[in-house]
Design a protein around this ligand. Structure first.
Ligand code: ADP
Ligand code: MG
Length: 598
C-alpha cells in the first residue's frame, strides 16, 4: 500500500499525487493529514520552510470540500500575492481529477472585478491575501459567512507583515463553528496570540524543534570591513559560477543599489522590492524562476514566501534586525531535501548578532575567509573548461571553419588551449592581481566572539556517526559539564570542534587524556590561539584559528595537529554548496558575461 494511501486520502487525490511525482509524505504531512481527515478540529502545525505544508492542509481540504456545491467552503489566507498564486496552483494540481472543484486566487495588483467574476462562477476555495480579501468583503463581492474551513498559512509571515488587524476583521465575517488550521514555520508570541484568540482546543503538531533553521542548510560568515561589503559579495559570486541565489538587503534603497552595481559589473542580477510595480515584480520573479537571473537581490518583505526550489545560496548582504527574519531568509535554500548554504557578510560590529542567531537556530556558523584572486581564477577556468566539454557543437559554424582554421593552423592543441584560456583568464587575473584579501585589519572573529571560551579540536566527526547534537550530548556526558557547558559544536567529516569556558580547559584535557571510543583513542586538543594573538593589530593571519576545512577536508583522516599547519596557506576554501556542471542554455558562464571594464 502506498504511504499516501495509508493516510486515508481518496483515489482521485492519490492519482494526482502520483502525477506530481511525490513518492512519500513528508513528516508534517504524515502527522497532520490523518487528523485533519478524521476529525473536525482546529490545528496549529509548525514545520520549517520547505517541508510541504501546502499539501499538508491542501490534501485534506480538497478531500473534505464538497465539489458539487458551488458555495465558498474554505478560505485560505496567505501573506503575499506570490504565495497566493502558488497555493492556488498547487490546489489545482491536487484536484486535477476533481474537475468541478474551483480554487480561486484573490490578491492585490490585479483586476478585482475579474476575481469577483471567478468567485461568482463558484469558488469552493478562496486563496487570498488579507488586504485584497478585506476589499472584497467591503465591496460585498464575496460571501464567506458559510465557510467550514479557514487556513492561516505562513501565519508568522502574515503577522510580520502587519496583517493582524486585517486577519481579525476578515475572521469576524466567518461563522463561529468552522475549523481553523494554522500553519507556520515559527511560533512567535503573535502567532500564539492568534491561536488563542481564534481557535478552540487546537491539536498541536510540531515537526523538528520550534524555530530551528532547516538542518540541511549550512551557515557561514565572512568578516569584512563594512565598506568592503560589495567587493565581498562579488567574490562570493565569482567563486560560485553556478550560483543561483537570493541576496538580502535591509532597505529598498540598498536592494536597488546592489542590484544595479551587479548588473553594471556584468552579473545576471535583478532587484525585487516594494517600490517596483506589480508588473515589474512579476517579470523579475518569472526571470528568476526560469533561471534567466542568477542573483535576485531582495528585501525581506518582497521575498516573503518565495518558493523557488534549488536555490544554492542565500546571501545576507546585511544581517536583519530580527533573528526570526534570519530563519526565514536561510529557509529559502535547502528546500525539498536539497542542501544549501546561507552566507553572511558581516562587519565586526555585528559579530554579536551571529552569536545570538547561533543560539536560536541551534546551529553554528563556519567562519570562512573570502576566496582570493587565485582561488577565483582556478574555479572560473575549471568551470569554463567544463562548459566547453559539455557544449554541443553548433554546426552552423562549419561554413566559417576553413577561414578560422587558416588563422590558427600553426598552433598545437596545447598552444590553442593556452591562448583560448588566456582570453578569459587575463580579465580576471587583472582584476584580482592587486586585490587585498578583504579581511578587516586587526583581530580575528573568534577573538571577538568568545574572549572567555576555549575552542578544541577533536578527532571524531560525521564518519563516526556524530552530528552536532549527538556530539554535544556525548561531550556533556563525558565532561559532566552543565547544560550549556559545551557550545559551538561543529562537526566535520572526520573531526570536530567545540568550545567550553576557559576555566574548564584542564578538566576537558584531563577527561580525554586517555579516552577510548569504540576502540579508538580520542584525541582532544586546544586549537591554536583561541584567546590571544590576532588582536595585536596588523594584518589578519592567514591561518584559521579554529582549523580550516580547506582542500584536505575529506581525505585528511585523523592527522590531529598537523592539519592546522597544512591549512596555513590553504588555497581555495572548500565550498560545500558548489554544484558542478552547467545549468543549461539559459545560463552562460558568468565569466563570459563580465564586461572588460573591471
Ligand atoms: P512549505 O510551505 O512548508 O514551505 P511547500 O508546501 O511550499 O513547503 O513545499 C516545498 C516543496 O516541496 C514544493 O516544491 C512541493 O511541491 C514539494 N513537496 C511537498 N510535499 C512533497 C512530498 N511529499 N514529496 C516530494 N515533494 C514534496
Ligand atoms: Mg508554505
Amino acid at each position: 500500500m502506498n504511504k499516501f494511501q495509508e493516510l486515508g486520502l481518496n483515489s482521485s487525490i492519490l492519482k494526482a499525487i502520483e502525477d506530481m511525482g511525490f513518492k512519500s509524505p513528508s513528516e508534517v504531512q504524515e502527522k497532520t493529514i490523518p487528523i485533519l481527515l478524521d476529525e473536525d478540529t482546529d490545528m496549529v502545525a509548525l514545520a520549517q520552510t520547505g517541508t510541504g505544508k501546502t499539501a499538508a492542509f491542501g490534501f485534506p481540504l480538497i478531500q473534505k470540500i464538497d465539489p458539487k456545491s458551488k458555495h465558498t467552503q474554505a478560505l485560505i489566507l496567505s501573506p503575499t500575492r506570490e504565495l497566493c498564486l502558488q497555493i492556488t496552483n498547487e490546489l489545482k494540481n491536487y484536484s486535477k481529477y476533481e474537475p468541478s472543484l474551483h480554487p480561486v486566487a484573490v490578491y492585490g495588483g490585479a483586476s478585482i472585478t475579474e476575481q469577483a467574476k471567478q468567485i461568482e462562477r463558484g469558488a469552493q476555495i478562496i486563496v487570498a491575501t488579507p488586504g485584497r480579501m478585506q476589499d472584497m468583503i467591503r465591496r460585498k463581492l464575496t460571501d464567506i459567512s458559510k465557510i467550514e474551513y479557514c487556513v492561516l498559512d505562513e501565519a508568522d509571515e502574515m503577522l510580520n507583515m502587519g496583517f493582524y488587524e486585517d486577519i481579525t476583521a476578515i475572521l469576524s465575517h466567518t461563522p463561529k463553528e468552522k475549523n481553523t488550521w494554522l500553519f507556520s514555520a515559527t511560533m512567535p508570541k503573535e502567532v500564539a496570540t492568534i491561536a488563542k484568540k481564534f481557535m478552540r482546543n487546537p491539536v498541536e503538531v510540531t515537526v523538528g524543534s520550534k524555530n530551528m533553521g532547516a538542518t540541511n542548510v549550512s551557515h557561514e560568515f565572512y568578516l569584512v570591513n563594512a565598506r568592503d561589503r560589495y567587493a565581498a559579495l562579488k567574490r562570493l559570486a565569482d567563486a560560485n559560477p553556478d550560483i543561483f541565489s537570493v541576496i538580502f538587503c535591509r532597505t529598498k534603497r540598498d536592494t536597488q543599489k546592489v542590484a544595479e552595481r551587479l548588473i553594471e559589473d556584468g552579473y545576471s542580477a535583478a532587484a525585487l522590492h516594494g517600490d517596483l510595480s506589480q508588473n515589474q515584480r512579476d517579470l523579475v520573479m518569472k526571470s528568476f524562476r526560469t533561471r534567466q537571473i542568477q542573483m535576485l537581490v531582495a528585501t525581506d518583505v518582497a521575498a516573503r514566501g518565495i518558493d523557488v526550489d534549488d536555490i544554492t545560496h542565500v546571501i545576507n548582504y546585511q544581517l536583519p534586525d530580527e533573528v526570526e527574519t534570519y530563519t526565514h531568509r536561510s529557509g529559502r535554500t535547502g528546500r525539498a531535501g536539497k542542501t544549501g548554504t546561507s552566507m553572511v557578510i558581516v562587519s565586526k560590529s555585528e559579530l554579536r548578532k551571529i552569536k545570538s542567531i547561533e543560539r536560536i537556530i541551534k546551529q553554528s556558523f563556519d567562519e570562512k575567509q573570502l576566496p582570493d584572486g587565485k582561488d577565483i581564477c582556478r574555479v572560473q577556468l575549471l568551470h569554463l573548461a567544463n562548459d566547453i566539454k559539455n557544449t554541443e557543437i553548433n554546426h552552423d559554424i562549419d561554413t566559417y571553419l576553413p577561414n578560422i582554421n587558416k588563422v590558427l593552423e600553426d598552433f598545437s592543441k596545447e598552444e590553442l588551449i593556452k591562448k583560448f584560456f588566456s582570453v578569459e583568464f587575463t580579465r580576471f587575473s587583472n582584476y584580482y592581481k592587486h586585490a587585498s584579501d578583504l579581511a578587516p585589519v586587526s583581530g580575528g572573529a573568534n577573538v571577538d566572539l568568545d574572549p572567555n571560551s576555549t575552542r578544541y579540536f577533536m578527532n571524531v566527526g560525521k564518519k563516526d556517526g556524530f552530528d552536532w547534537m549527538s556530539l554535544k550530548d556525548f561531550l556533556k556526558d563525558a565532561l559532566q559539564l552543565g547544560k550549556d557547558g559545551v557550545f559551538k559544536v561543529d562537526v566535520k567529516d572526520s573531526f570536530s570542534f567545540f568550545n567550553t569556558e576557559n576555566s574548564e580547559t584542564d578538566k576537558v584535557l584531563n577527561a580525554f587524556n586517555d579516552f577510548e571510543y569504540q576502540g579508538r583513542k580520542i584525541n582532544v586538543e586546544v586549537t591554536k590561539n583561541s584567546n590571544n594573538g590576532g588582536a595585536k593589530g596588523g594584518r589578519r593571519r592567514k591561518g584559521r584559528k579554529d582549523g580550516g576545512f580547506g582542500k584536505s577536508d575529506s581525505k585528511s583522516g585523523n592527522k590531529g595537529r598537523s592539519r592546522f599547519k597544512d591549512d596555513k596557506d590553504t588555497g581555495f576554501k572548500g565550498k560545500k554548496g558548489k554544484r558542478s556542471g552547467s545549468r543549461g542554455k539559459n545560463i552562460e558562464s558568468s565569466i563570459k558575461r563580465r564586461k572588460s571594464k573591471k
